[in-house]
Unconditional design. Structure first.
Length: 727
């Protein structure tokens, strides 16, 4: 709205000189932001714009002194999110307004102050809403003090044993295989998210307990009380737009910056993801084009009231040109019937048929879908890893995001979908009719002229969907490769490539390798008995592996008790190479060689015992493996010489190794397949998830890590007998 207002003033009020209060953003100054803004196509043709606009750097949280010669001030900034954290809503919409008015008082003049509010400060009232102060007796100072104190209070609650124990248990259930510090980091992230969610929740509940729809409308209503106190001896106008959407005519039909209220719902419906609406078909949805809003603001600017008698203006459509949810649905559906989104090879997206069954029915449908999602998520999380499992996880994650979207937006918009409000715009219409014919053409804000069918089907929906269609075209033009590989290896001598073994380089595991070594020295009947014994232990071993990787490895390595380490080395040298080759991925070998050709140090980190890594020695500059403990006769005791490198211990070892060898971890690579390897991958700047399990796959997608699928060698077939058919 601020951008549209600036353009309208520059184009239609040629003698106006403007000062804009803009906050710096990161390293970009306020002046640079405005210079970039004025280069946008909508300002094309306004050659003198830069010379007419003065930039004032600041923010509502720290309002700078204002120029002393102001004729008018338009306050159109504020927190427009429906669900801001309660302290942020109060700080922006109440404290920010108060501080701005204090700066205006400091000028010693009486500029016409135009405060942009929202028609929905009416809250949960019903019926006709007049252009007048909102009738309520809320204690402004008490609510302000409460709202600003909530972050400290909720931060304190978030550190209680009740909250921390709950979040810690959930984090450890998910991340225990990666390590306790990984779980601790996840716990702290969950605590911070709880604080954010709770700040939103308490603000919403307090607002609804006092008769408002949400924290946004509540704090905007209290902001109006601040303005009304100022208006006792100053010239003040309060403008209340309803739901602002894309332009009807200026700067061109469909102009819009960012997503507003209706766009996410329109796009979700066009994607087939919004099954119904929790409102009545005959409920009014009060929409107004942005160019009509800013035209009304300019009209208000030109007609200041007397001090002590503030004017109120609704810029809305529901009183004289009502649009119902039913009509909105019919026009949006008609648009997508004619111009559907395309879902890959499946053709046009199937559009839901809204029946407006009521909020309770929609809530039951959503709750049922959420329960089904939790069951499916549990099953996928415990399924064996495979391409199909990862594909199902990806689709399930998409469904989960849809459900989160529905829960959030239906929760936010349900109040508006059920609001039976009719905003009177008599003052606004009278102002419009008082303008000359030329001004009515230049500053058109009579909302009765909007043809909703034309606006929705020919202007708004095309504008909303255009950037999404362009993005879809780009995605369709890209042929997604089966393997997402790094763009190119960095040619640096201080770079290392760290590789996990089982599941990454080899499609084997420690149980299978133990059986391969053990069964070679047994007869046929003894092999069967050993297979049966190990098979009986598999469920317990799987549970141990899911709980803690190091305990699982120790349990398996107890099976080597009594074996001679020299014999294990001999078997590995004589017979293990063929076994390894049947499990070794050719793509993995190529990748290791690429790193070596680039001058990188190649490092294998594995929890497997060292004899099993002997066939891989030619590929790596260093191999860090588990060392079996032996007695003075060289016989394995069933224990390790030190703790196995798993989870966070791998990352710690990597940091020490990097320090000793001058390795730049930020430029280095890591390759692993399991969620337990998360610390290994996070320790490097270029992590690669190889045939990942579901948990790692999801983490990699969220963090945009490279995902590769290194297929095993197809030159040999696997048998149920790891020792082969030797008698």
């Amino acid at each position: 709205m601020g951008e549209a207002l600036l353009r309208l003033l520059l184009s239609e009020v040629p003698r106006a000189r403007l000062t804009v209060l803009v906050r710096p953003k990161g390293s970009t100054t306020a002046e640079a932001r405005v210079a970039t803004l004025l280069q946008k196509p909508v300002f094309e043709g306004l050659e003198d714009a830069a010379s007419r606009v003065e930039v004032l750097s600041g923010d509502l949280t720290d309002v700078p002194p204002l120029p002393p010669d102001l004729d008018a001030v338009v306050h159109c900034a504020g927190d427009v999110s429906f669900d801001p954290p309660v302290d942020e809503g109060f700080r922006t919409n109440v404290v920010g307004t108060r501080d701005l008015l204090a700066r205006i008082r400091e000028t010693g003049t009486d500029p016409h102050y135009v405060h942009i509010s929202t028609a929905y400060v009416a809250g949960r009232r019903r019926g006709v809403i007049p252009e007048a102060p909102v009738d309520h007796d809320v204690d402004l100072e008490a609510e302000l003090a409460w709202g600003l104190s909530q972050r400290r209070s909720i931060e304190h609650q978030s550190r209680s044993a009740f909250v921390l124990e709950r979040e810690r248990r959930k984090a450890e259930k998910t991340h225990s295989r990666a390590g306790l510090l990984t779980s601790a980091a996840a716990t702290e992230a969950a605590r911070k998210e709880w604080v954010k969610t709770e700040l939103v929740r308490v603000g919403t509940e307090r607002a609804r307990s006092l008769g408002w729809t949400d924290c946004y409308t509540f704090t905007k209503a209290l902001g109006e009380r601040v303005v009304e106190a100022y208006a006792v001896d100053h010239r003040v106008s309060i403008v209340r737009p309803s739901i602002i959407e894309s332009a009807l005519e200026k700067p061109y039909p469909g102009w819009i910056e960012g997503f507003k209220m209706a766009e996410p719902l329109i796009l979700a419906y066009g994607r087939g993801e919004l099954p119904d609406m929790p409102g009545a078909a005959d409920t009014i949805v009060d929409i107004v084009p942005v160019d009509q809003v800013v035209a009304a603001i300019v009209g208000v600017l030109a007609h200041p009231p007397e001090a002590g008698r503030p004017d109120y203006f609704h810029v809305s459509s529901g009183d004289r040109n009502p649009l119902t949810f039913g009509t909105l649905y019919q026009n949006v559906r008609a648009y997508f019937d004619a111009h559907p989104f395309v879902s890959g090879d499946r053709g046009a997206t199937r559009l839901p048929e809204w029946r407006f069954p009521g909020s309770q029915t929609v809530e039951r449908l959503l709750s049922t879908s959420e329960r089904a999602f939790k069951v499916a998520d549990y099953v996928i999380g415990h399924a064996p890893r495979s391409d199909r499992t990862r594909d199902l996880a990806r689709k399930l994650d998409q469904q989960g995001r849809r459900l989160e979207f529905l829960r959030r937006y239906l929760g936010l918009y349900q109040e508006y979908a059920q609001a039976e409000l009719q905003f009177s715009d008599a003052n606004t219409l009278a102002l419009y009719r008082s303008l000359s014919a030329a001004d009515q053409e230049a500053f058109a804000f009579d909302t009765a002229v909007v043809d909703w069918k034309v606006y929705l089907q020919d202007i708004h929906c095309p504008a909303v969907t255009a950037p999404i269609r362009r993005l879809d075209e780009v995605r369709a033009a890209r042929r997604r490769p089966t393997t997402t590989a790094p763009r190119g290896l960095v040619q640096k001598p201080d770079v290392a490539a760290f590789f996990d073994m089982d599941g990454t380089l080899l499609s084997s595991n420690v149980i299978e390798t133990y059986l391969w070594l053990r069964l070679r020295e047994l007869s046929g009947s003894e092999r069967f008995a050993e297979l049966a014994r190990v098979a009986a232990r598999v469920p317990l071993l799987v549970q141990a592996e899911r709980r803690e990787r190091s305990a699982f490895l120790r349990s398996v390595y107890r099976e080597y008790d009594g074996a001679r380490l020299a014999d294990l080395d001999a078997i590995a040298d004589e017979h293990l190479t063929d076994h390894v080759l049947t499990r070794l991925s050719p793509a993995a070998v190529r990748k290791v060689r690429e790193h070596r050709a680039a001058g990188h140090r190649t490092v294998l980190i594995t929890g497997a015992i060292r004899p099993l890594t002997r066939p891989l020695r030619p590929l790596f500059d260093h191999i860090e493996a588990a060392e079996l403990a032996v007695d003075d006769q060289g016989v394995c005791t069933g224990y390790l010489r030190s703790s196995p490198l798993v989870g966070e211990s791998r990352a710690a070892w990597m940091r020490q190794y990097a320090a000793e060898h001058g390795i730049d971890l930020a430029a280095s690579y890591g390759y692993a397949d399991s969620h337990s390897d998360l610390p290994l991958l996070e320790a490097v700047g270029r992590p690669v998830a190889v045939r990942p399990d579901v948990s790692l796959y999801r983490h990699a997608r969220r963090n945009r890590w490279t995902i590769e699928d290194w297929a095993s060698s197809t030159s040999h077939t696997r048998t149920l007998n790891p020792a082969g058919d030797r008698a």
